[in-house]
Design a protein around this ligand. Structure first.
Ligand code: G
Ligand code: G
Ligand code: MN
Ligand code: NA
Length: 254
């Protein structure tokens, strides 16, 4: 209960900050986009990760104002980076299944995107598998409406849990993020190598963009590049950083 109170206070008083982690085109080393990842900076300076409070936010409804804050902040930041000359950058924002029950979610998202003056086709929403499993008509409706507005849709953490290939057929997804548990033991783990190869082929044949998560070593990059996985994200390139630190990274990156 104490934690719920503290989180409510944090959301209302903007103790939350958005960190960003780059997505890198493996072949060119170009930074092509960012993923927005929320953090809670407590009064004493402790940085709390979302695993600790997103579930609480979802159970208490705080996920709604929290997500509005993250979307608004991430769009404003993207506009800022575009103005600095990094004008191809995309921004990926995580969406909780709990948000999808909001009646005006598509309009709310589009209003925020337009207010920040960022092109819709530079925005991507990451949906976790749960959303696809539920397979509620309103969710499908949301996805089509979002795509009609030009925003991209990614399946996050692909391959864990009950991921089904039928998602790729039944939902208008533009991108898959291979869960980092499959990347972790590459290139040595033969099962993971086969699984990743299969997902790469699948994405290629369906013309869906592929992002490998959790890249930590150059050997992993070599494996993925040799198999034509286009984009990666992970500590090897950068940890999630504050907007200020990302700006510095962008300016010093070649
Ligand atoms: O940032 P971290 O590295 O610890 O992220 C842990 C998890 O929290 C990830 O699964 C990520 O998708 C989720 N997450 C991070 N930021 C947000 C957010 O703004 N909204 C939602 N719904 N989930 C988020
Ligand atoms: O669930 P989602 O995929 O959105 O979560 C991203 C999470 O993965 C964040 O918690 C982020 O900090 C973490 N992450 C990003 N890159 C790496 C990495 O290279 N290694 C590990 N172990 N975690 C990572
Ligand atoms: Mn994500
Ligand atoms: Na993930």
């Amino acid at each position: 209960l104490e934690l719920v109170k503290q989180l409510r206070y944090a959301v209302e008083n903007e103790e939350l900050v958005v960190y960003y982690q780059p997505k890198v085109e493996l072949l060119s080393h170009r930074i092509v986009g960012m993923e927005a990842l929320v953090r809670w900076i407590q009064e004493d300076g402790t940085v709390v990760g979302p695993d600790k409070f997103i579930p609480i936010a979802e159970d208490t409804g705080l996920i709604i104002p929290l997500s509005e804050f993250v979307l608004k902040e991430a769009c404003k930041q993207l506009h800022h980076w575009h103005k600095l000359g990094f004008d191809d950058l995309t921004m990926a924002i995580n969406i909780s299944g709990k948000q999808l029950h909001l009646p005006h979610l598509v309009d709310d998202i589009m209003n925020t995107v337009h207010a920040a003056q960022v092109p819709a086709d530079r925005i991507e929403l990451e949906l976790t598998e749960q959303v696809f499993i539920e397979n509620i008509q309103s969710h499908t409706h949301f996805m089509h409406a979002i795509r009609e507005n030009g925003i991209s849709l990614a399946i996050d953490d692909f391959g864990v849990g009950y991921s089904s290939l039928s998602y790729l057929k039944n939902f208008p997804v533009t991108s898959l993020k291979i869960d980092r548990s499959f990347i972790n033991d590459l290139p040595d783990n033969e099962d993971d190598a086969v699984i990743v190869q299969t997902i790469i082929n699948l994405a290629k044949n369906l013309n869906i963009q592929l992002v490998a998560e959790g890249i930590e070593t150059a050997d992993q990059v070599d494996f993925l590049m040799s198999r034509e996985c286009g984009i990666g994200q992970g500590y090897l390139f950068s940890r999630p950083l504050s907007a200020e630190n990302i700006t510095e990274l962008l300016e010093n990156y070649h």
